[in-house]
Design a protein around this ligand. Structure first.
Ligand SMILES: Nc1nc2c(ncn2[C@@H]2O[C@H](COP(=O)(O)OP(=O)(O)OP(=O)(O)O)[C@@H](O)[C@H]2O)c(=O)[nH]1
Ligand SMILES: [Mg+2]
Length: 207
């Protein structure tokens, strides 16, 4: 069988895919949230390398098994994870892992979260209830997170303070709005996570 990509594999990694050589620090970050909130979109929008995706077609076989409100117009779903990378600067590289949104794949979170320093919880305000379980799981794992509201145009807009209390978030947890399709917006969400992690680390040092 003739694999079109075999030449590329033989040639080894492209320069753009390789890690920086001089002491760059890698941080694992997870993009998590319910079904169809835009996790794969975010990883793809912000990644500086072609993202790894594990999208599969959603078929009639899932009807009655999967509970996926909001699936209208969506015909693929992540079945394992997304992966991407963004260099914040010469010293800091973020490795981005997107989780699968369908609950029957949530057991994969165990591996995906291993070694993660923090997470971005993506929220769709049309289906806010799905976040409760996501946030509970992060709190159980003691993974620090920021909440990013993915502003779908047709979604209701609530003041962030109301969302904070609806999600029972403490005042210290950053909550921001973003557009998962927009690179700069996703980068800002990730930077707010980095700032939050630095704040937590500084507070621990002085404790
Ligand atoms: N209008 C709008 N559409 C978006 C936005 N973010 C994502 N989408 C669309 O919403 C759909 C869902 O996006 P995905 O990125 O597949 O969502 P996901 O969270 O990875 O989905 P699962 O992996 O199946 O849980 C796609 O068709 C996107 O194009 C957004 O900010 N605005
Ligand atoms: Mg996905």
């Amino acid at each position: 069988m003739d694999y079109a990509s075999s030449d590329a594999l033989d040639a080894g990694p492209r320069g753009t895919d390789m890690l920086l050589s001089h002491g760059a620090r890698g941080v694992k970050v997870v993009i998590v949230g319910g079904f169809g909130v835009g996790k794969t979109t975010m990883v793809g929008a912000v990644s500086e390398i072609p993202p790894l995706t594990t999208e599969e077609t959603m078929t009639q076989a899932g009807v009655g098994i999967d509970h996926n409100p909001g699936a209208e117009g969506k015909n693929t779903t992540t079945v394992a994870m997304d992966f991407g990378r963004i260099s914040v600067n010469q010293e800091l590289i973020l490795y981005l892992f997107g989780t699968p949104g369908q609950e029957r794949f949530w057991f994969l979170w165990n591996g995906i979260f291993e070694g993660a320093l923090g997470a971005v919880v993506l929220v769709d305000t049309r289906r806010i209830e799905v976040c409760f379980e996501v946030i509970t799981r992060l709190e159980d794992r003691r993974v620090p997170f920021v909440v990013a509201v993915n502003a779908f145009p047709e979604a209701p807009q609530h003041p962030l303070s109301e969302l904070r209390s609806a999600l029972a978030l403490s005042e210290s947890v950053p909550i921001i709005t973003c557009d998962a399709r927009d690179r700069a917006s996703c980068r800002d969400a990730l930077l707010s996570l980095m700032v939050y992690l630095c704040t937590l680390a500084a507070a621990q040092e002085t404790a």
